[in-house]
Design a binder for this molecule. Structure first.
Ligand SMILES: C[S@@+](CC[C@H](N)C(=O)[O-])C[C@H]1O[C@@H](n2cnc3c(N)ncnc32)[C@H](O)[C@@H]1O
Length: 288
């Protein structure tokens, strides 16, 4: 069935659905720019993904030409559009208690440590990872003020907003026990049916802020007992990964732990970190 639309509306619809041209040169430029700004390496086979993500942004801006979009970006290095460009090109896949074997390791480590237990979650995405850390620490150490703190960051400001809101679909929390659900989340009612929100008592222990891992200095309140840097290094080249790992060294307390993603191997990259468990690292003895 085709609907007849008034002229203005049908040309708007055309503009919204027509495939735009993305030349080889424009694709290569986009790859260079996201590499410079975020360290993310985009292979040629990511071309459709790049198109689909950026075309949405162009349409929001009422643009129908990638060349024009790039010209706007490059005309001003401080343009707020750079953040939207970065937000469009990051991959934010995450889940509560992803790579579940890390959380008992975290709990055991936290039990053995004195003073405030501090964790930095360095690619926090939409919040599932820092809240999983917070739930583990609340279950293990309780919620007495000053006992522990989670500091969560990401380069993508849009995901950080979602993380800070702390609202999730209830079916995303299948890996939590009934007790954890009751303790740490409130169920939505009426129009919010099927949604849950992180309780303020837990959210108070998690701070969110933007941090670009490419920055030479991280504006984070270290040193930390543990750093979670999971499933983000895979987007970077070897040199970038090594530079980031070396910047982590002074941010870890003695015998602190660094948690990596399942396909990330840090001991092959720098001498400063040695394997302590399944994708868990600590400072090498001669470095700590
Ligand atoms: C695939 S998600 C991983 C999320 C979570 N760590 C996990 O393992 O479930 C990767 C995250 O890294 C973030 N990211 C990419 N480049 C970054 C950079 N240069 N600095 C900080 N975060 C970055 C992305 O925005 C995204 O949220």
């Amino acid at each position: 069935m085709t609907a007849t639309l008034p002229n203005g509306q049908s040309s708007l619809l055309m503009q919204m659905t027509q495939r735009l041209a993305l030349s080889d040169a424009q694709f290569r430029r986009i790859c260079q720019l996201i590499y410079q700004r975020a360290g993310i390496v985009l292979a040629d086979h990511k071309r459709d993904m790049v198109y689909n993500r950026l075309v949405r942004r162009l349409r929001q801006l009422g643009l129908d030409d990638f060349g024009r979009y790039l010209a706007i970006l490059e005309a001003n290095q401080d343009n707020a559009e750079w953040q939207a460009f970065i937000n469009s090109l990051t991959t934010n896949l995450t889940a509560f208690f992803r790579e579940a074997h890390h959380f008992p390791t975290l709990a055991e480590h936290a039990k053995r440590r004195q003073g405030e237990y501090r964790v930095w979650c360095a690619a926090a995405s939409t919040g599932e990872e820092p809240y999983s850390i917070a739930i583990t620490l609340a279950d293990t150490l309780g919620t007495a003020p000053g006992r522990w703190k989670v500091f969560a960051s990401d380069i993508d400001t849009e995901v950080l907003n979602k993380a800070q809101n702390g609202v999730y679909r209830q079916d995303e929390l299948k890996t939590l026990s009934q007790q954890q659900l009751q303790h740490y989340f409130m169920r939505g009612t009426g129009p919010h049916n099927g949604l849950v929100r992180v309780r303020q008592e837990l959210a108070n222990y998690v701070d969110f802020t933007p941090v670009n891992l490419l920055d030479k200095n991280y504006n984070v309140p270290g040193p930390f007992d543990a750093i979670f840097c999971r499933n983000v290094m895979i987007y970077f080249d070897k040199t970038t990964q090594q530079e980031i790992l070396r910047r982590f060294v002074p941010l870890l307390k003695p015998d602190g732990l660094l948690f990596a993603g399942h396909s990330e191997n840090f001991s092959n990259l720098v001498r400063e970190f040695s394997l302590r468990g399944q994708t868990v690292y600590a400072l090498s003895k001669d470095k700590s």
